[in-house]
Design a protein around this ligand. Structure first.
Ligand SMILES: [Mg+2]
Length: 112
């Protein structure tokens, strides 16, 4: 039987003050906001609650680019919980992703 591989096996960050850092990236379109451009309360709540945990580094990213991700993050009120905005094209590989599509962009990918 295959054993589960630890999350820190790939692309982890280490912060000298806080120890292991787990990066969690949230997609924008269809994930943080729905098809009517309204915030998805369940996903926004997950982002906020995860951001309160020690060692969690929240990224909001989009295929439409970093500036778009920042604009939406600020508009839906999660800016203070976000450590970084990014483009999905930047080549980052987070530990965990939340996305409305079945993606393989992180070590663990959660479709919401
Ligand atoms: Mg999407």
């Amino acid at each position: 039987m295959a054993r589960a591989r630890p999350l820190y096996g790939r692309g982890y960050r280490f912060d000298s003050c806080r120890g292991l850092v787990i990066t969690i990236a949230f997609d924008v379109d269809g994930c943080l906001i729905d098809e009517n451009d309204e915030p998805r309360a369940d996903v926004v709540a997950a982002l906020v609650q995860l951001s309160w945990l020690p060692g969690i580094y929240i990224i909001v990213w989009s295929g439409c680019g970093r500036d778009y991700a920042r604009m939406i993050g600020q508009r839906i009120g999660v800016d203070e919980h976000v450590r970084q905005y990014a483009s999905k094209l930047d080549g980052m590989r987070p530990d965990i992703t939340f996305d409305d599509q079945p993606v393989n962009l992180g070590a663990v990918n959660i479709q919401v």
